[in-house]
Design a protein around this ligand. Structure first.
Ligand code: ATP
Length: 415
């Protein structure tokens, strides 16, 4: 990993935005402990965002969630300076955006930081392909290259061969696909997405979320995603920031939000997650694609992992009882040093649970260690594993499922 990859791509520092004339005074009053409503009464100015600080890493999906009026859209627009801050700073790759000349900001918006809206802002008189390549046209990309990239993006969103259609001929879901394709074709590293799927009906919305996760798995853009829907936030977000009255009240990954809500407000936010409906580890466990046997050597194990595209593997004994977990890097290290036993690469601290362990107890195991959890059944044998993505998908399903609860759990690896 290079130093570059470790550096956050976006850094937001004590960012505040007040709408109205008395910006500074409003912020002072807020800092002295007045509520947003009191400040508004006294100054006639509205605090949109108050002292927001966070970082977004490369390849991350960072979700901002909150009720209507909590400041999500304002925060998003401060990031690409569609809105000027009252105080604070946004750094993009270390460069402070509020001190950039306007030309440089426009260039960044065009080339580095795209924005996707709820209605995608498609041009009704242009064809699908023309819409998709519109951003490239603005960037001055030549026609041949535009066509190539446009068709590639169409294929990614499952609309191959439909480039000649007019926007007016498309259904709502298809329009969203075109909007997504346009954002992808433009090749911007950062996508700012403002409630892109909110206008869709629930089934199409879920399809779009899945499509988005699939595509993101392949091309790894850095995404800041605004939603007011907890289900969507937990499904999509590597990390989630919860906003209230312009302030960020908690930032954490979905497990942290669900296991340690920062305050009563967040608790109320997540109370729809009904653990009882998904019941137990068994409901969300998946088959480990492959296992390694303790007695096997590093060469065999590494080859198996490479073939299956795995970065870690569960190690079991001859009776198929879990012994621990090996990382591919560790196994490779052993191999290089001429070790013939796998033993030195096994992390033996991996937790295991019984199939009937309630999910409420499984969830905290993910908070500190990001490793999968072994599910052991009869005589301690490995029956399955719980991976983070399946666990969160299971919990999200529990928010919408009828009480009888189906085990319909998507196993897409969010982790
Ligand atoms: N242009 C504006 N002028 C005055 N006040 C504004 C303006 N834009 C936003 N606000 C206020 O700033 C606060 C945050 O609004 P914002 O639109 O960012 O919230 P939001 O969480 O995105 O809401 P929604 O989910 O309804 O879009 C609200 O109190 C809003 O009324």
């Amino acid at each position: 990993m290079t130093d570059n990859a470790l550096e956050p791509l976006i850094r937001v520092e004590k960012l505040s935005k007040v709408f109205g004339r008395q910006g500074r005074r409003a912020l002072e009053l807020r800092r002295s402990g007045r509520s947003k409503a009191e400040v508004e009464k006294q100054t006639g100015s509205t605090i949109g965002v108050f002292e927001a600080s966070f970082e977004v890493c490369r390849g991350e999906i960072f979700v901002i969630i909150g009720l209507s009026g909590s400041g999500k859209s304002t925060l998003l627009r401060l990031i690409n300076r569609l809105i000027e801050p009252t105080e604070g700073e946004v750094y993009v790759e270390g460069e402070p955006i509020s001190r950039m000349p306007a030309g440089r900001v426009r260039e960044i918006r065009r080339k580095k930081m795209g924005m996707v809206f709820q209605h995608f802002g498609l041009l009704p008189n242009r064809s699908v392909l023309e819409n998709i390549t519109f951003g490239l046209e603005i960037q001055g990309v030549c026609a041949q290259e535009r066509l190539r990239r446009g068709e590639e993006a169409l294929e990614m969103v499952g609309l191959e061969g439909q480039g000649a259609k007019r926007i007016g001929e498309l259904s709502g879901g298809m329009k969203q696909r075109v909007g997504l394709a346009r954002a992808l074709a433009t090749g911007q590293e950062i996508l700012l997405m403002d409630e892109p799927f909110s206008a869709l009906d629930p089934l199409i919305r879920r399809d779009m979320q899945n499509l988005f996760l699939d595509i993101q798995g392949e091309i790894r853009r850095t995404v800041v995603f605004v939603t007011h829907d907890l289900d969507e936030a937990l499904r999509l977000g590597h990390r989630v920031a919860i906003m209230r009255d312009g302030e960020i009240v908690q930032v954490g990954n979905p497990e942290e939000i669900l296991t340690s809500p920062a305050d009563e407000y967040v608790e109320r936010f997540i109370e729809d997650v009904d653990y009882a409906k998904v019941r137990s580890a068994e409901a969300v466990m998946v088959d480990p694609k492959e296992v390694a046997y303790e007695a096997e050597g590093p060469r065999v194990v590494l080859r198996r992992m490479k073939r299956a595209g795995m970065s870690s593997i569960f190690v079991v004994d001859a009776e198929r009882r879990p012994v621990g977990l090996c990382e591919a890097e560790e196994v490779a290290r052993l191999l290089e040093s001429g070790e013939r036993s796998l033993s030195g690469a096994i992390d033996r601290s991996v937790p295991s649970v019984r199939p009937d362990t309630p999910l409420r107890e499984v969830l905290p195991l993910f908070v500190e260690r990001k490793l999968p959890v072994a599910v052991v059944g009869e005589r301690g044998r490995l029956e399955g594993i719980v991976v983070r993505g399946a666990l969160i998908a299971g919990l999200v399903a529990s928010m919408n499922a009828p009480a009888s609860g189906s085990n319909e759990v998507e196993h897409e690896a969010l982790s």
